[in-house]
Write a protein that binds this ligand. Structure first.
Ligand code: ADP
Length: 304
């Protein structure tokens, strides 16, 4: 009997949390997850710079990042929010605001120090993600970018299940064959969960020597484009290796804002344009769908 009551109260708590997530997420217009098959391919760098690129469209304070990498959170460092702590109030938990006007939350804001590891199994990580979505005061946002840990484990699965209305995923890879193999898994994962794939980005694609101008394909070349063609998903573009990208990230400044003349920034902005194109198409399709629905309702009424 006691067990039954506990089960019922757990189910009620879950329902209440799901209702909270839905209410919070209704106030966020676009949600985009950034995923990769492997770690170290530049996923967090791309997430932060995407948010930075979108914030420049008059969206100061209207763009957020959820760092959903519970065990290896990197967003605060790249965003210039290292050492920040989440502040709780009666209404909920306040987000940290970066100097660039990007709101963010991360497990790193809850850890006592940089060296503290998070040694959690799946259910605890899932609970943390649920709370990030339900208990944080996200407010009205135009964009939420979600930086997911590499692979297709607990956190990506939780996010996809908790946010079924996600606009889509951007998949990051490097050109090497090893990376291409795991990209296939990321594509299958998104397809299995019915999440639209906005496209693949090939990061760390070639290096131009600043001394002699010679080009080197350190991790190979064209792997991202090839895998996109093979799998029938859009290819969004290539970002070259640039020591400035790494330096800016280490300093906590988005390279797209700090160094607008870089080849990497120009390449990145072309990727941003393609993502905007995807979102415009998506909005148009939604409007078409709703007017078709209106029309079919109208016909049905007339037929009556
Ligand atoms: P992930 O999130 O996939 O683990 P990160 O975004 O943390 O990868 O990037 C890993 C490292 O590579 C970081 O030090 C970052 O500054 C660097 N990096 C990412 N993209 C580039 C690039 N295009 N050129 C140079 N360094 C890069």
């Amino acid at each position: 009997m006691k067990l039954m009551t506990q089960k019922k109260s757990f189910e009620n708590q879950q329902k209440e949390q799901q209702r909270c997530i839905q209410a919070t997420m209704l106030r966020i217009k676009h949600k985009i997850a950034v995923i990769s098959g492997k770690g170290g391919v530049g996923k967090s760098t791309v997430t932060v710079n995407l948010a930075a690129a979108f914030v420049t469209h008059g969206l100061h304070g209207k763009v957020g990042i959820l760092d959903a990498d519970i065990t290896g959170p990197c967003v605060p460092k790249i965003l210039g929010l290292k050492g920040e702590r989440l502040q709780g109030g009666p209404a909920g938990i306040e987000l940290a605001l970066s100097p660039y006007g990007i709101k963010a939350t991360s497990m790193a804001f809850l850890l006592p120090s940089d060296e503290s590891p998070v040694i959690w199994r799946g259910p605890l990580k899932m609970k943390a993600i649920q709370q990030f979505l339900s208990d944080i005061l996200w407010g009205d946002l135009e964009f939420l970018f979600i930086d997911l840990p590499p692979g297709t484990g607990d956190e990506p699965l939780s996010i996809m299940q908790l946010l079924p209305e996600m606009d889509g995923v951007v998949i990051i890879t490097i050109p090497s064959e090893v990376s291409q193999e795991v990209v296939k898994k990321a594509v299958s994962f998104s397809r299995k969960l019915n999440v639209p794939i906005i496209g693949i980005v090939e990061n760390m694609s070639g290096f131009v020597c600043p001394e002699c101008g010679a080009e080197y394909d350190i991790f190979g070349s064209g792997g991202g484009q090839k895998i996109a063609e093979d799998l029938g998903v859009p290819f969004l573009g290539k970002i070259p290796i640039d020591p400035q990208v790494c330096e800016d990230s280490d300093r906590g400044t988005p390279f797209v804002l700090e160094h607008q003349d870089l080849k990497s920034t120009k390449a990145f902005m072309e990727i941003v344009e393609k993502i905007e194109g995807f979102l415009k198409n998506e909005t148009r399709n939604k409007i078409d769908d709703s007017s078709n629905n209106d029309r079919s309702l109208h016909t049905t009424e007339e037929e009556k």
